[in-house]
Design a binder for this molecule. Structure first.
Ligand code: V47
Length: 353
């Protein structure tokens, strides 16, 4: 059966089909991606009110794409105290945040308790706030550093109050590309294994893909299909988040940022290929707000959150360091013809605007 017939009859597409999709013109891709989006979510676009916190930038790994971790490119090391983190949460709770998204570098000096106890302190003081924390890359780092297995770390996270896992650290699963851009940290199979274990505890997580650097279209499709395979088994992913590579202050010599055209194609293809992941998130911090809004017509049904402070992508050039105001977000979604829906971290609808 040819791809158009498969698309018309909502049939699952193969790896080869996925690659061929990139040869389709953008408008045709958008038509099919939007049809799936509307079947699943109609005109609703999800966002949340959240706060990103990055407690330390001291990292034992040197990922070539990273401008955030303290290294030659960023000599300003920091590690927040638990009191400072609690102050941040206290201030942000005045803005009615529903989630803290806590992701750190791989700091070998702090101790496991520093990583874990902050979750307990946040939960005790702000029990209504969802804690989305620790990427699979951090879990892998902690397991190696403290000689514990993944399940020990995951059980500790749950005990200390982590509710869900963010999708970071996935980068690109292709082993050759991975070796070049982030050799030494969590491997692709380990990333998948950690999310599988987390899902088996009945918990939800997200999955990212960093694209627009040295990977090819084939690597992107391979990445998506590895996620689709796991989702068939666990159904634990809430959202797929294609992260657009930001080119500044890092070790990858990518001169030309990926084009808007290619970004929209990638969102649309993700929507089509990932038939079992309900939400495709156009993370505005990496796509820009304007493109995230257009992505709503190319399969994306989520634009992430208000964030308040963003340090990872903005270090590499993204205009996201101060987050976005809730009212502005709502107006932008509405003015682009979609229905803004505030969600919680696991996609329960909180308010239709
Ligand atoms: O894994 C690092 C990426 C990720 C760059 O789960 C870069 O809801 C672009 O995973 N250009 C961390 N990206 C952020 C992340 C995330 C963000 C928002 C929501 C969720 C979620 C997860 O940031 C890393 C890495 O792939 N990153 N450097 C860069 N130069």
């Amino acid at each position: 059966m040819d791809i158009l017939n498969k698309l018309e009859s909502n049939e699952r597409l193969s790896y080869e089909d996925g690659i061929k999709l990139y040869d389709f013109d953008l408008i045709t891709l958008g038509k099919y991606a939007n049809r799936i989006r509307e079947e699943k979510h109609q005109k609703k676009t999800y966002f949340n009110i959240n706060r990103h916190i990055n407690p330390t930038n001291i990292c034992k790994d040197v990922c070539q794409f990273c401008a955030y971790s303290a290294s030659r490119k960023n000599p300003n090391q920091y590690t927040l105290t638990h009191e400072e983190i609690l102050d941040i949460v206290k201030n942000s709770s005045k803005n009615d945040i529903k989630e803290v998204h806590i992701v750190s570098a791989h700091n070998p000096h702090t101790g496991l308790q520093w990583y874990m106890e902050i979750f307990q302190k946040i939960k005790t003081n702000f029990p209504h706030i969802h804690i989305k924390a620790l990427t699979a890359a951090e879990i892998h780092f902690l397991s190696k550093q403290y000689n514990l297995n993944y399940e020990d770390i995951i059980n500790t996270m749950i005990k200390y109050g982590v509710d869900s896992m963010p999708g970071g650290g996935a980068e690109i699963f292709d082993e050759k590309v991975r070796k070049r851009i982030c050799g030494g940290k969590v491997s692709s199979d380990q990333w998948i294994e950690i999310h599988k274990l987390w899902h088996e505890k009945g918990r939800k997580s997200n999955a990212t893909m960093l694209f627009g650097h040295i990977e090819t279209r084939e690597h992107r499709i391979d990445h998506m299909l590895r996620l689709r395979n796991l989702q068939d088994i666990t159904n634990g992913f809430n959202a797929f988040i294609p992260l657009v590579f930001q080119t500044q202050n890092n070790y990858l010599k990518v001169k030309e940022p990926v084009t808007a055209h290619e970004i929209l194609k990638t969102y649309a293809i993700a929507r089509i290929m990932l038939d079992n992941i309900p939400n495709i998130k156009a993370y505005w911090a990496t796509s820009t707000v304007k493109l995230a809004l257009i992505a709503q017509e190319f399969g994306a049904n989520d634009v992430d959150g208000t964030i308040e402070k963003e340090s990872i992508q903005s270090a590499a050039g993204a205009a996201s360091s101060k987050g976005i105001m809730q009212n502005e977000f709502i107006e932008l979604i509405r003015n682009s013809g979609f229905i803004p829906v505030e969600r919680d971290s696991i996609y329960n609808e909180l308010k239709v605007w």
